[in-house]
Design a protein around this ligand. Structure first.
Ligand code: HEC
Length: 123
């Protein structure tokens, strides 16, 4: 009996730790409220042409250049009732993506999510 317990306890511990791995949240950098689309969100796409090297006028849709970005994203890539399921957040998200060309860093993703949570305003 004792020997069987010695054998079982480590297995149970491993199983328990695996279980909790699945529910650990992805750590996110906190973002101050009042995110501006023009000064915080658009630069994520355009700085160094991170997204706009492909997603530009006459290029791959959606067009993320400053003049077109808002209408490319809102409402089609926004899920207002579940912001973290918005396509603009998930498709190029740092961990969830299959879009391997370029992805958001964790801090960029946090800004995008905060902006959606605040109503995806054209501000
Ligand atoms: C090297 C080119 C390239 C870069 C850079 C790039 N993408 Fe893409 N993206 C594509 C291509 C090609 C597609 C279409 C194929 C697909 O959906 O997988 C696409 C599709 C998408 C879609 C899906 C659009 C839809 O209507 O379903 C989103 C959202 C997206 N990209 C976001 C981004 C973001 C955000 C960035 C910058 C962090 C970025 N992409 C950078 C090539 C690129």
């Amino acid at each position: 009996m004792k020997r069987r317990l010695k054998f079982l306890i480590p297995i149970l511990l491993v199983m328990a730790s695996c279980k909790y791995d699945f529910i650990l949240p992805v750590p996110e950098t906190p973002v101050a409220s009042g995110v501006s689309f023009a000064t915080q969100v658009v630069p994520i796409f355009t700085t160094g042409n991170k997204c706009t090297s492909c997603h530009k006028t006459g290029g791959q849709s959606p067009d993320y250049t400053a003049a077109k970005a808002y209408n490319s994203i809102v409402p089609s890539l926004i899920n207002a009732s579940a912001p973290n399921q918005s396509a603009i957040y998930t498709i190029a998200g740092p961990s969830t993506s299959t879009h391997n060309w370029k992805k958001f860093s964790a801090s960029e993703a946090a800004i995008i999510l905060q902006w959606i949570t605040e109503g995806a305003k054209n501000n």
